[in-house]
Structures are given as structure tokens and as C-alpha cells.
Design a protein around this ligand. Structure first.
Ligand SMILES: C[S@@+](CC[C@H](N)C(=O)[O-])C[C@H]1O[C@@H](n2cnc3c(N)ncnc32)[C@H](O)[C@@H]1O
Ligand SMILES: Nc1nc2[nH]cc(C(=O)O)c2c(=O)[nH]1
Ligand code: SF4
Ligand SMILES: [Mg+2]
Length: 222
């Protein structure tokens, strides 16, 4: 039976994406295959990071206990874990549950895209300043649809120019929700606004990580 290494699980306000501001139950899985320059959760990717090994049933009962419709599976990189298809399908057995996968763009979404009950993807495209752009699996861009979100976490004009290039090349605006998110503390949100205005980027949303406004930006479990 699969067990899952979970570094934290908590209920909070979703601070990101299309359900930002709504309650969500977060399960953060241990470990990641990337090392983004700006990662605010790199502690979860350290081999020595404490974690609990939970079974699918233990996760399901925690979610039931939480009593919150939105579930966000995140990390680290959640889709690196074995048995994620099984876990996602088990959570979605309950028609009242919604599952969002926060994923880094390097892991093939196909096995999850074809699930009978498909989760929604909030997928990053890692722009140049992350140092991880070469790890992007471009075929994933074809799988994003109206229920999904493509997120560009940017810290420079160079990052935003690249984001625009990708949006145009893959004709993504209108196909999926597109968010620009500032790397916390490295770029002023107004710079993103100026770029959106300059390029007349309709249908692209600026997001601010709400949880870093509500609580101490370093605080875990929120
Ligand atoms: C910690 S990651 C976990 C999920 C997955 N590994 C990924 O990168 O999408 C969750 C989200 O936080 C974003 N993020 C990480 N560090 C950040 C920072 N310093 N400022 C803004 N967003 C950040 C990531 O880009 C990603 O969209
Ligand atoms: N409140 C809150 N909302 C979030 N949305 C996505 C998160 C993530 O780390 O994947 C996250 C997070 O870490 N906290
Ligand atoms: S992919 Fe996500 S968890 Fe991994 S280093 Fe980048 S931001 Fe952090
Ligand atoms: Mg986070």
C-alpha cells in the first residue's frame, strides 16, 4: 500500500490562483526535482526535512475532518510522488471535493489529465530568473484548459518578456487562466501592472500571495 511523505497539512485561505481567498485544505508533499532560485518552500525539499508517512485512508479522513471543499496538493513537487493518481481519484470520489494540483511544469501531466475524474492544474512555467526554464515540459502547455491555471512567477522584465513569448507562441490566453505572480520581495507588483498595461495584456491576471499579506511571509502552515 502506498504511503505519502507529508511535511505539513493545514487549512488556510488559498493565497494563490483562481480560488485565492477561498478556504482550502493543503497537503504539502516532501521533495522536489527542481531548485528554483526563489523557492519559498525549499525547506520541504531538504532530505532531512521531517515528514509523516500517511496512507491514502489517513489523508482521506483528514480531508473529511477538515470539511473544506477545496483541496490543494502541493509541495515540493506533488506529482513526483508514487500513487498520486490513486490518491487524486480517491479524493474526487466525493463529488463535493475539488482538487487543485500545484505543479512545477517539469512533470508530465498526461497521466493525470486522462483520469476519469480530472483534478485542476495550477502549473508554473518557470521563467529565466528561476534558473529552471530548461526543465519545462512544453507538451504540458497543450493539456491546460479552461479549468486550469498557468502561472508565471516573475522577478524581472526579462521574465515577463519570456512569459509573453510563451503566451503568444502557444496561444494560451483565452485557453486557460493566466496569472503573473511577483517573486516575493524581488519585484514590485506595480512593475507587473506597468508591463500588463504597456503590452495591453487583457485576460492576464496579477496575483499577490495573500498568505504573505495576512501572516508573516516566513510563517509555515498558512
Ligand atoms: C512552493 S511551490 C510548490 C508547487 C510546485 N513545486 C511549483 O513550483 O509549482 C507553490 C507555488 O509557490 C510559488 N513560489 C515559490 N516561491 C515563491 C516566491 N518566493 N515568491 C512567489 N511565489 C513563489 C511557486 O512558483 C509555485 O507557483
Ligand atoms: N495560503 C496558501 N495558499 C497557497 N496556494 C498555493 C500554495 C503552495 O505553496 O502551493 C499556498 C500556500 O503555501 N499557502
Ligand atoms: S519547483 Fe516548486 S517546490 Fe520545487 S524548487 Fe521550484 S518553487 Fe520550490
Ligand atoms: Mg506556498
Amino acid at each position: 500500500m502506498s504511503t505519502y511523505q507529508v511535511v505539513e497539512k493545514f487549512v488556510s485561505i488559498n493565497g494563490e490562483g483562481r480560488r485565492a481567498g477561498e478556504l482550502a485544505a493543503f497537503i504539502r508533499f516532501k521533495g522536489c526535482n527542481l531548485q528554483c532560485s526563489y523557492c519559498d518552500t525549499s525547506w520541504a525539499n531538504e532530505p532531512g526535512c521531517e515528514s509523516e508517512r500517511l496512507t491514502k485512508e489517513e489523508i482521506l479522513s483528514w480531508i473529511r475532518e477538515a470539511g473544506v471543499k477545496n483541496v490543494t496538493l502541493t509541495g515540493g513537487e506533488p506529482l513526483l510522488r508514487k500513487g498520486m493518481e490513486e490518491l487524486i481519484e480517491a479524493i474526487l470520489e466525493d463529488p463535493s471535493q475539488r482538487v487543485e494540483i500545484e505543479t512545477n511544469g517539469s512533470v508530465d501531466l498526461k497521466p493525470y489529465h486522462i483520469l476519469k475524474k480530472r483534478p485542476s492544474f495550477t502549473m508554473d512555467y518557470k521563467t529565466p530568473d528561476s534558473g529552471m526554464e530548461k526543465e519545462m515540459l512544453l507538451s504540458n502547455l497543450e493539456l491546460l484548459g479552461s479549468e486550469d491555471t498557468l502561472k508565471f512567477v516573475v522577478s524581472s522584465r526579462r521574465d515577463m518578456e519570456k512569459a509573453l513569448e510563451i503566451l503568444e507562441k502557444y496561444r494560451l490566453v483565452g485557453k486557460t487562466a493566466v496569472y503573473f505572480s511577483p517573486v516575493f520581495g524581488r519585484i514590485q507588483p506595480v512593475e507587473i501592472v506597468d508591463f500588463l498595461m504597456e503590452k495591453k495584456l487583457n485576460d492576464v491576471k496579477l496575483q499577490i500571495q495573500l498568505h504573505k499579506v495576512i501572516w508573516d511571509p516566513q510563517k509555515r502552515g498558512v
